[in-house]
Ligand binder design. Sequence first.
Ligand SMILES: NC(=O)c1ccc[n+]([C@@H]2O[C@H](COP(=O)([O-])OP(=O)(O)OC[C@H]3O[C@@H](n4cnc5c(N)ncnc54)[C@H](O)[C@@H]3O)[C@@H](O)[C@H]2O)c1
Ligand SMILES: N[C@@H](CCO)C(=O)O
Ligand code: NA
Length: 434
Amino acid sequence: MKPVKVGICGLGTVGGGTFNVLQRNATEIARRAGRGIEVAQIATRHPNPACNLGMTPVTDDVFELVNNPEIDIIVELIGGYTLAKDVVLKAIENGKHVVTANKALIAVHGNEIFSAASAKGVMVAFEASVAGGIPIIKALREGLAANQIDWVAGIINGTGNFILTEMRDKGRTFEDVLAEAQALGYAEADPTFDVEGIDAAHKLTILASIAFGIPLQFDKAYTEGITKLTTADVNYAEALGYRIKHLGVARRTENGVELRVHPTLIPSDRLIANVNGVMNAVMVQGDAVGPTLYYGAGAGSEPTASAVVADVIDVVRTLTTDPTNRVPHLAFQADALSDLPVLPVDEVNTAYYLRLHAQDRPGVLAKVASILSERGINIESIMQKDVEEQDGLVPMILLTHRVREQDMNDAIAALEALDDIAGPLMRIRVEQLD
Ligand SMILES: NC(=O)c1ccc[n+]([C@@H]2O[C@H](COP(=O)([O-])OP(=O)(O)OC[C@H]3O[C@@H](n4cnc5c(N)ncnc54)[C@H](O)[C@@H]3O)[C@@H](O)[C@H]2O)c1
Ligand SMILES: N[C@@H](CCO)C(=O)O
Ligand code: NA
């Protein structure tokens, strides 16, 4: 049988890895796919010194590939929402299947893209878009298809986890570690996407859709980054038996879906609390299977290429199947998506870590406790440090039971208004993940 022809748009970190894996493992890949897979053309603006392209034709015009009648599958590895969207929609219009690693594109324009693809009977595969090389889309869409998924929680940004790990373990500065993550090819073109949680929110949006069968709703995700975390919080969390991780949480409740990305205290003895460096991990709780955990490299050239190439193989294996018999893009049939709403963050329930700077005088603790109890917030534990900061202030750290976000906002405003408390207090959500 003739080989399937692939066009790779973008030959950067992931595109280069994809080309190299397709070449190196060509024989094994053909044995798995049932046909050879040939890179017919590449579009890139920059050469990639890690790739020996041989005779493979190269252009700087992505639309040459999209309009090339020889090409069956377009692999979009350019990134961004604009050109990538045009490329993907044009490829679909031209009847080509698409594989992409672009979570921003899928989270923001996925509903439109999937609907165009379904109308045309082509596939859009996006395993590399979430948690890099971990086959989490496959696990959720296929392996766990029997379950009602209760929640998904994951460390889904490699750059952010790398930064938090290096800061904690080696005392390195935020800026220093971010620069290394960029040099290693982990970070997004705009690294604020990584450190402000936008990239994780893109990925969580995708996970929530395929877990709960709801349309992609990135605009409703609550997003908080890691830039305000301090070494003091990392140390206090450790003293209380927790690690701080940047977590994406999607939880089904009676009223709707929680969709939130924020720094989170996780008990230190949980496996996911010990996921370090660029590694990602996603926990999925299904009603039948119980808790499951998926772990692996969340970013980087060949780990991400592993997912891209697996998608290409999946597409090749099902090229001749009736489109209605393929795995639906969002795991549920397109006409069976639910309108379960995404909850505003005010309605989310979590436990809290609070760090206050309090005057070291009698009665302060009683005032703090009373503000919390008036709002029905139970204190789990209090740690008062005997270290004087400036102007007689000492740090006071509290852990609360679960509370509605709106009630916590109210309590924090009242606490910050106390004369005995200085400056804004630090709040970090706590998840037990059990
Ligand atoms: N780097 C990772 O670890 C990783 C992991 C998972 C997903 N992703 C996603 O994969 C995609 C690619 O990321 P990357 O890290 O490989 O990016 P990159 O910047 O290393 O590579 C981008 C490539 O696109 C090419 N390109 C950009 N604009 C172009 C244009 N107008 N015409 C032709 N070529 C153009 C560049 O020349 C380059 O070859 C992004 O969507 C990213 O979010 C990256
Ligand atoms: N910038 C992303 C790439 C993988 O999606 C990360 O660091 O996780
Ligand atoms: Na993946």
